[in-house]
Design a protein around this ligand. Structure first.
Ligand code: ADP
Length: 257
């Protein structure tokens, strides 16, 4: 996709990356990190060079969801840059690999730390950098979006009636920044039992997303024990079961970004 008009100067560390995709949600716990990680490994499986930046300072999930041999980021002392760690060919940077305890910081400090970590990393040549955004649409998110020339955004939500308000907030933030919102993922949308499909939260969101926001793609992800188990085991579902229903959904999402 075409890069949106980007006012600032492109930070050095990001100059060798072709596409930067933000995976965003308004609330925590809706499956944003699950989507970010599985999307990244799907893109890698499709042959792309991929990195994941886990921008969640307060609750980094990447260290649980993947299992790199080297769980600490290394520094290049001469260039004062950060060398990402790696798992199954995907480059990884997260506060959870920074070797410190949980951060107690105020908003502006958080923004500074996120931006520094992101832009001083030696990402090398990448086709895609997937950013697991901090949840919400506040200052931290806005600042991050202004530093990074995003090429696409994916919004993750759960399908309750009220969730369309969350989607609206996300769409508004990205449209202010002229970043195309290419897809919404409705996570935990349905489950299958005894040969039947159940939609415990109804299907209202689908209508609103298509009607009101004009987002071209909407994906359902089921509630699946394997999705949470694979998240906890350090092996993403799309890696553990590359032919499964979830992997197929992520392949379709991968084509959109
Ligand atoms: P967020 O990044 O939005 O905080 P996570 O991706 O960390 O959310 O997901 C929160 C928890 O829910 C994790 O334990 C994850 O494994 C689990 N989870 C996410 N999506 C699903 C799903 N579709 N089915 C089952 N468990 C899920």
């Amino acid at each position: 996709p075409a890069r949106p008009v980007y006012a600032g100067q492109l930070p050095m560390g990001l100059q060798t990356i072709s596409n930067i995709v933000a995976v965003s949600s308004c609330k925590g716990g809706v499956g944003k990190s699950t989507v970010a990680v599985n999307l990244a490994y799907t893109l890698a499986d499709m042959g792309a060079r991929v990195g994941i930046f886990d921008a969640d300072v307060y609750g980094p999930s990447l260290p649980t969801m993947v299992s790199p041999e080297n769980r600490l980021l290394e520094m290049n002392p001469e260039k004062r840059t950060i060398i990402p760690t790696e798992f199954l060919g995907v480059k990884l940077v997260s506060f959870g690999f920074a070797g410190q305890g949980r951060a107690i910081m105020r908003g502006p400090m958080v923004s500074g730390v996120i931006n520094q970590l992101l832009t001083t990393t030696e990402w090398g040549e990448l086709d895609y950098l997937v950013i697991d955004m901090p949840p919400g649409t506040g200052d931290i998110q806005l600042t991050l979006c202004q530093v990074v020339p995003l090429t696409a955004a994916v919004i993750v939500t759960t399908p309750q009636k009220l969730a369309f308000i969350d989607v609206a907030k996300g769409v508004r933030m990205f449209s202010k920044l002229k970043v195309p919102c290419v897809a919404v993922v409705e996570n935990m949308c349905h489950f299958d039992a005894e040969g039947k499909r159940y939609y415990p939260f109804g299907r209202v969101l689908r209508f609103f997303v298509v009607q009101q926001f004009g987002i071209p793609h909407l994906f359902d992800l089921p509630i699946r024990p394997t999705l949470s188990a694979s998240g906890d085991s350090g092996r993403p579902e799309v890696v553990a079961d590359p032919q499964g229903e979830v992997a197929r959904t992520f392949q379709e999402l991968g084509v959109c970004v």
